[in-house]
Design a protein around this ligand. Structure first.
Ligand code: TLP
Length: 346
C-alpha cells in the first residue's frame, strides 16, 4: 500500500532531507537572551519581507494571533473579525482569556469583509458599548476556502480603520499563498497593518513556527507577552533554520499546490454527488459539498481513509482538502479516483 495522500491540512508537511540537513548545522544560542543567531536572522528576514521594523519568532500561528490581539487592545475593548476567522473559531477562546476582549464577528463573502461592513460595525462613543479598537483580517481565508483579499479592499479597510483610530492585524497564516497567486509581495499587503503574522509550518513546509511583525515598540511588547505565555524557546535556532530554508526554497513552488488544488476541484466538480465551483478555488484549499443522498462528510471521510486518502470533515456536509508540499499531482489523481469509487459504490 503506498503512503496515504494526506489532504487534511498543509500543517502535515514534514521537513525535507535538505531542510533537516540545514537544521542540523544551524548556529544556536539562548534566544531568551536574544542570542540565537538563526532566530535573529529569521526575524530580520521576516521583518524585511513584510516591510515592518521588527519581527518575533513564535511557536504557532495561534500564539501570533493572540499576541497581536493582546498588543493592539486593552481589556474590555472590542475587535472586529469575520465570522469564520481563525481567532474566533479555532483558538480556544484565547482572546477572551488572554486579552479580555469582546469579539464582534461579521459575515463575509467567502470569508472576506467589505470596508462598509466594518465601518457600519464600529461602535459609537457611548458608555454602553465596548470601544471598537482593532480589525483583524485573514488572508488567505481558511474557512472561506483559501480566498484572497483584493489588495484594494485591504487598502479601503485601512482607510476606514485610520479614520476611526482602529489598529489592524493580518492573520497571514497563508499570506505567501495569497502572494503566489496574485504576484503581489508580502509587503504590499503588510503595509496596511499594524501587526502581521505568517506561518512557516503550513504550505512553506517547516516543522514549527510563525512570525509576528510590527513596529519596534509593538514587537517589544509582544516579546514580553510571549514570555508570559512561556513562549521563550531557548536554542530554537534549529527551528528557525528550517524557517529560513522554507522562505528561501518553498515560496515559489506554492503555485504547484494551487494548480493541484485546481485539478482536484475541477475533477470533483465533474462528479455526481459532489458540488463545488472550481472558480472559487484560488489557492491551496478545496472545500466541497457532499450532495449524494446516501453520503455525508463523515462517512465519505471514513471511506476515503480506507482508500489511503485523508481529508477533514469540515461541516456535516462539507469536506476540506488542502494541497501542499507532500502531495503531488499523482496524489490528487488518487484522491479523485477514490472519491469517484465511493460515489459509484453508494
Ligand atoms: N489552521 C489549521 C486548523 O487550526 C484549522 C488548519 O489546519 O488549517 N490562522 C489560520 C488562518 C489558520 O488556518 C491556522 C491553523 C492558524 C492561524 C493557527 O496556526 P497554528 O496551528 O500554527 O496555531
Amino acid at each position: 500500500m503506498p503512503s496515504p495522500v494526506d489532504l487534511r491540512s498543509d500543517t502535515v508537511t514534514k521537513p525535507t532531507p535538505e531542510m533537516r540537513e540545514v537544521m542540523t548545522k544551524a548556529p544556536v544560542g539562548d534566544d531568551v537572551f536574544g542570542e540565537d543567531p538563526s532566530i535573529n536572522a529569521l526575524q530580520e528576514k521576516a521583518a524585511a519581507l513584510l516591510g515592518h521594523e521588527d519581527a518575533l519568532f513564535v511557536p504557532s500561528g495561534t500564539m501570533a494571533n493572540q499576541l497581536a490581539i493582546k498588543v493592539l487592545t486593552r481589556a474590555g475593548d472590542e475587535v472586529l473579525l469575520e465570522a469564520g476567522s481563525h481567532p474566533y473559531n479555532s483558538e480556544s477562546g484565547g482572546a477572551a482569556v488572554f486579552s479580555s476582549v469582546q469579539l464582534h464577528v461579521l459575515n463575509g463573502k467567502r470569508g472576506l469583509l467589505e470596508p462598509e461592513q466594518i465601518e457600519n460595525a464600529i461602535r459609537p462613543d457611548d458608555i454602553h458599548c465596548a470601544p471598537t479598537r482593532a480589525v483583524c483580517l485573514e488572508n488567505t481565508h481558511n474557512r472561506g476556502g483559501g480566498s484572497i483579499y483584493p489588495i484594494e479592499t485591504v487598502a479601503a479597510v485601512r482607510e476606514v480603520a485610520k479614520s476611526h483610530g482602529l489598529s489592524m492585524h493580518l492573520d497571514g497564516a497563508r499570506l505567501f499563498n495569497a502572494c503566489a497567486a496574485t504576484g503581489l509581495k508580502p509587503s504590499d499587503y503588510a503595509q496596511y497593518f499594524d501587526t502581521v503574522s505568517f506561518c512557516l509550518s503550513k504550505g512553506l513546509g517547516a516543522p514549527v513556527g510563525s512570525l509576528i511583525a510590527g513596529s519596534k515598540p509593538i514587537i517589544k511588547e509582544a516579546l514580553r507577552w510571549r514570555k508570559v505565555l512561556g513562549g521563550g524557546m531557548r536554542q530554537a535556532g534549529i527551528l528557525a533554520a528550517a524557517g529560513i530554508y522554507a522562505l528561501d526554497h518553498h515560496v515559489e513552488r506554492l503555485v504547484e499546490d494551487h494548480s493541484n488544488a485546481k485539478l482536484l476541484a475541477q475533477g470533483l466538480s465533474e462528479l455526481d454527488g459532489i458540488e463545488i465551483d472550481p472558480v472559487d478555488v484560488e489557492t491551496n484549499i478545496v472545500i466541497f459539498q457532499v450532495t449524494h443522498p446516501r453520503l455525508n462528510a463523515s462517512n465519505v471521510t471514513n471511506r476515503l481513509k480506507a482508500h489511503g486518502v485523508l481529508v477533514l470533515p469540515w461541516t456535516s456536509d462539507q469536506i476540506r482538502a488542502v494541497t501542499h508540499l507532500d502531495v503531488n499531482r499523482t496524489g490528487v489523481e488518487r484522491a479523485l479516483t477514490a472519491i469517484e469509487t465511493i460515489l459509484k459504490e453508494s
